[in-house]
Ligand binder design. Structure first.
Ligand code: SF4
Ligand code: SF4
Length: 532
């Protein structure tokens, strides 16, 4: 019942914030990583345990390991050093985190979340902290602190909304990443991150889909496109010498509503005659390494580039995924780049040079399609999307991390006649997270997901009540997986779709049969009153 989660405790908590004791309650945390996944990934301390256990079976030297890990990262990452030092506790970030808004827990204020780490930094890495201890906000590193880190660093989606409001640019997401990375060193990680990561290294994608099953799924989608349009289409897999390698999140070929996005891509590629290939090994654009450590991020990202090299493609085109693009745009170049064995990306249809992708040689599908529309290369019938009254959720990573703000909107307005923005302070750079990113999109912590997603849902409710919005479009696989549950809880009657699903509906393909249904198989309803 929404009323239950709306009773958010806002009273000042009793006691001292430095008290690290945490209550682990079902619905608010994710379960621990299974030993088999930790072993497969070659990470330390695989074992059976759960956060509810009193004994977490930490290695005997856990404290030295964490402090040595902190020391190494303070040396390696200038941002980490800076963020440990420069916060002036102005509080500008305090009410900007969706987990704080939805839970009322002060330790979910970004400033306090960071302080959980900073207090340990002070105690062990500053002279004043060593001499004056609690007087300057320093804390001993204890097992309770480790448990508290686990609780709160896995109640942060790394969305970076707080950083937009910090006058010093402190990025709490990076502190969370450091926290998770340190916890990895002593085997405190969650299965919802580690299992997809292990699967991805083993078979190429999060679900562990084998190449033959991947091929079957893609063929199934191709058959479905034929059923809708009457056009037989071919989808090349592992084709050496293709111009472009197309990489998408695996959810696009095994989950709903993602699957309709896949249909949209395939229709588009067929219509423009794109020379491309999929890969049965780089069958995952998503990168759960980002939710664990820089090292794992790098390993998972590298396989995409290895495939591009093996298949001798010129450049990479990427599908609708959030963290895939955070990794490409913020990390790929220094981790595995420069990708200078590939060619600078140029659209084979319009001749546009994607100069923004010069170092990564990877272009976002929204940039690619928006360019096609801008050059008049697609015939579009917007009335085919008349049953939808659409708003757009800026997925955190493509919006805040790579500035992809205009292209999805341009696309949506080109393929739909009814589009309404949510309030300004909840979109674009200030967008509210879905509440389930960074590996938290599991049902074990559903209460916390619904609380964290509350501000996003509240903005959707606003446009639903004001404009009759019934569809939330987005370009992230995690959003598509988790927003339906969130909206069903807070704003029933609003569905979720990828931008390329709507493109697929509107796309008039050469030689197609008359369309009577949309990609979901629902009858096409055209409104006379919609604005052309
Ligand atoms: S990065 Fe996002 S989830 Fe994490 S503290 Fe900042 S606003 Fe909250
Ligand atoms: S806005 Fe920045 S400086 Fe102010 S409390 Fe938050 S992190 Fe610290």
């Amino acid at each position: 019942m929404p009323e239950k989660l709306l009773s958010i405790e806002q009273k000042r908590p009793q006691g001292d914030w430095r008290d690290a004791k945490v209550e682990f309650r079902k619905g608010t945390i994710c379960y621990s990583a299974a030993a088999k996944n930790i072993t497969y990934l070659g990470l330390p301390n695989p074992r059976q345990w759960q956060p509810f256990d009193a004994d977490w079976k930490l290695p005997p030297d856990w404290k030295q390991t964490i402090l040595a890990g902190m020391k190494e990262r303070l040396r390696k990452y200038r941002s980490f050093r800076l963020f440990m030092e420069i916060c002036v506790h102005c509080g500008a970030c305090a009410d900007k985190c969706h987990f704080y808004v939805g839970s009322g827990d002060p330790k979910n204020m970004p400033v306090l979340r960071a302080e959980l780490m900073r207090s340990v930094y002070r105690r062990y890495f500053t002279l004043t902290g060593r001499l004056l201890g609690a007087l300057v906000g320093a804390r001993e590193l204890t097992e309770d602190v480790i448990k508290e880190w686990f609780y709160y660093f896995y109640q942060c989606t790394g969305c970076r909304r707080c950083s937009v409001f910090c006058p010093y640019g402190i990025d709490t997401a990076e502190i969370t990443m450091m926290g998770r990375e340190l916890l990895d060193l002593i085997g405190c990680n969650i299965n919802w991150v580690m299992e997809p990561a292990a699967n991805c290294l083993r078979t190429g994608n999060h679900l562990g889909v084998q190449p033959h099953a991947f091929q079957d799924s893609i063929q199934f989608a191709a058959d479905e496109v034929e059923e809708i349009t009457g056009l037989p289409i071919e989808v090349p897999i592992n084709r050496k010498g293709a111009e472009i390698l197309f990489v998408m999140p695996s959810a696009d070929y095994f989950a709903t509503p993602h699957y309709y996005t896949l249909l949209g891509y395939l229709m588009l590629f067929h219509e423009i005659g794109l020379d491309y290939t999929l890969s049965a090994f780089a069958s995952e654009g998503g990168n759960f390494g980002l939710f664990s450590s820089h090292e794992l991020t790098k390993r998972l990202n590298a396989k995409i580039y290895e495939e591009a090299r093996r298949l001798h493609v010129k450049w990479i085109l990427g599908g609708e995924c959030g963290h895939m693009w955070r990794v490409f745009h913020q990390y790929m170049d220094t981790m595995n780049g420069p990708a200078d064995f590939l060619e600078p990306p140029v659209s084979p249809i319009t001749g546009t040079h994607f100069r923004n992708a010069l170092s990564t040689r990877a272009v976002h599908i929204c940039e690619f399609t928006a360019d096609l529309i801008h050059h008049g290369k697609l015939r579009l019938d917007r009335s085919r999307n008349d049953r939808w009254n659409v708003t757009y959720h800026d997925s955190c990573n493509p919006s805040r991390a790579m500035g992809l703000l205009e292209e999805p909107r341009y696309l949506l307005k080109s393929v739909c006649r009814n589009f309404h923005e949510m309030p300004e302070n909840t979109i674009r750079e200030q967008t509210f997270c879905c509440g389930s990113g960074a590996g938290l999109g599991t049902d074990e912590n559903l209460e916390m997901r619904l609380r964290g997603g509350f501000p996003r849902a509240n903005a959707v409710k606003y446009v639903k009540e004001r404009h009759g919005v019934n569809l939330l479009a987005c370009i992230c696989a995690i959003d598509k997986a988790t927003l339906p549950t969130l909206l069903e809880y807070w704003v029933p009657g609003v569905e979720v779709a990828g931008v390329h699903e709507l493109l697929g509906n509107a796309l008039v393909m050469t030689g197609e049969k008359e369309r009577t249904a949309d990609l979901r198989g629902e009858p096409l309803v055209r409104e006379k009153s919609a604005h052309e």
